[in-house]
Design a binder for this molecule. Structure first.
Ligand code: PHE
Length: 354
C-alpha cells in the first residue's frame, strides 16, 4: 500500500501538464486502474483481511484523487499567472496627446438652417443622391431637349451597352425631393431638404459636389409674398447681422413661374467676404412659385394647391457667414483648415442656443 502511495504521489508531483496528470489518474484511480484491480482482489481475502485492506484502499483512492485535484488547480493558477504576466499593462503611462475633431462648417450650417426652418414649421425630407432622369428633370418640367440639362453639367451614370433606358444621374439639385416628398405626403406641406448635389464644374466658387437645401411650402393660398417673408426671416435669423440686404432678381427656372434669384449685399476685404455693405452681390439661392406641371407631376391638383420652392447653396451660406474665402478648401480634408474653420462638438446651432 505504501509503495502504491509513493509511486502515484511521485508521479502526480512529476506531471508536466494536465495531460500527464490525466494519464496518472487513469492508471491509479480509473475504472481499470491499479486501485480498482486491487479492490477486485478483496473477494479472495478472508473477512478479517478484507476489513483492513478495504478501508485502506478507499482512503488511498481518496488521497490520490485529492492530490490530483490540488496539482491540477496549481497548474491552472500557474497558467493564469503566466498569461497575466504577458498581458500586463502599465496604467500609469501617460495617455496619447489629445486630438479633437471639429464639426465641418457644412455640417454646422446645415444644423443651423434646419433649426431655423424648424421654427418656421418646416420638417426635413430626404431623397437619393443617385436619381432617375425623370425625378431630376422631366418631373420638374425639364424635358429631354431642354437646354437646362446641358447647362447643369450633369454627371450621368453608366448603363449596360444593351440597356436603352435613360441613364441615372447624380442629382444636379435637391429639387427632385419636391416630387418625392409630394408623392409621399401630398398637400398641404412644408419641407426642407438639405443634401449633396453634383455638377461638373470647378473654380473658386464651384466644386463638383456641393450642398443645397431645398424648401417647399404648399397650401391653398400661398403667394410670392410668403416666399419673400420666409426668405428674409431666414436670412435675418441665419446671419445675425442687422441690415442684411437681399436683392430679389427676376429669373427663370423651368420648375417655377414666376422665378427669382436672391443675392445678398457684400464686399471683399483682405480676402474675406463681408456682409451687409459694399457694392458686390453674392447669389445665394433660386426660388419661385411652383409650376403647375410640377405640382401635377407630384400628384396634386394645381387648381386647388399652389406653393413656393427655393434652393439655397449651403456652402455659399457657410462662406458668407464665417468668412471662408475658397470653396474648394471645404473638400480638401486639410486638418489645418478644419481646425481653423471647424466648430466644437458642443457648439449649438445659432437658434438652439436662444
Ligand atoms: N434647383 C435650382 C438650382 O439648383 C434652385 C431652385 C430651387 C430654383 C427651387 C427654384 C426653386 O439651381
Amino acid at each position: 500500500m505504501d509503495d502504491l502511495r509513493d509511486k502515484y504521489l511521485g508521479q502526480i508531483a512529476g506531471a508536466g501538464d494536465e495531460a500527464d496528470l490525466e494519464t496518472v489518474r487513469l492508471a491509479a484511480v480509473g475504472k481499470k486502474g491499479e486501485i480498482a484491480l486491487k479492490m477486485r482482489e478483496l473477494g479472495k481475502m478472508t473477512p478479517e483481511e478484507r476489513q483492513q485492506v478495504g478501508p485502506a484502499l478507499n482512503a488511498l483512492k481518496d488521497e490520490i484523487t485529492s492530490a490530483i485535484s490540488a496539482r491540477k488547480a496549481g497548474m491552472e493558477d500557474a497558467a493564469l499567472d503566466a498569461r497575466l504576466r504577458t498581458e500586463w499593462l502599465d496604467v500609469t503611462l501617460p495617455t496619447r496627446a489629445r486630438r479633437r475633431g471639429t464639426i465641418h462648417p457644412v455640417s454646422q450650417v446645415t444644423e443651423e438652417v434646419t433649426a431655423i426652418f424648424a421654427d418656421l414649421g418646416f420638417s426635413v425630407a430626404e431623397g437619393p443622391q443617385i436619381e432617375t432622369d425623370w425625378y431630376n428633370f422631366d418631373a420638374l418640367n425639364i424635358p429631354g431637349h431642354h437646354p437646362a440639362r446641358a447647362e447643369m453639367d450633369t454627371f450621368y451614370m453608366a448603363r449596360a451597352a444593351d440597356d436603352d433606358r435613360p441613364p441615372h444621374v447624380l442629382r444636379t439639385h435637391t429639387s427632385p425631393v419636391q416630387i418625392r416628398s409630394l408623392e409621399k405626403t401630398g398637400a398641404p406641406t412644408r419641407i426642407i431638404c438639405p443634401g449633396r448635389v453634383y455638377r461638373a464644374d470647378y473654380d473658386q466658387t464651384h466644386t463638383p459636389m456641393f450642398h443645397q437645401v431645398e424648401g417647399m411650402a404648399i397650401d391653398r393660398d400661398i403667394s410670392m409674398a410668403n416666399l419673400k417673408w420666409v426668405l428674409e426671416e431666414f436670412c435675418r435669423a441665419f446671419f445675425e447681422i442687422d441690415g442684411i440686404e437681399l436683392r430679389f432678381r427676376a429669373s427663370h427656372f423651368p420648375f417655377t413661374e414666376p422665378s427669382a434669384e436672391v443675392d445678398i449685399r457684400c464686399f471683399w476685404e483682405g480676402g474675406t467676404l463681408k456682409l451687409g455693405e459694399g457694392d458686390d452681390w453674392m447669389e445665394i439661392l433660386g426660388s419661385g412659385m411652383m409650376h403647375p406641371k410640377v405640382l401635377a407631376a407630384g400628384g396634386i391638383d394645381p387648381d386647388v394647391w399652389q406653393g413656393f420652392a427655393f434652393g439655397i447653396g449651403i456652402d455659399r451660406l457657410a462662406m458668407l457667414k464665417y468668412g471662408i474665402p475658397d470653396l474648394r478648401a471645404f473638400f480638401d480634408s486639410d486638418l489645418r483648415w478644419l481646425r481653423h474653420y471647424g466648430f466644437g462638438a458642443l457648439q449649438a446651432p445659432t437658434r438652439h442656443a436662444g
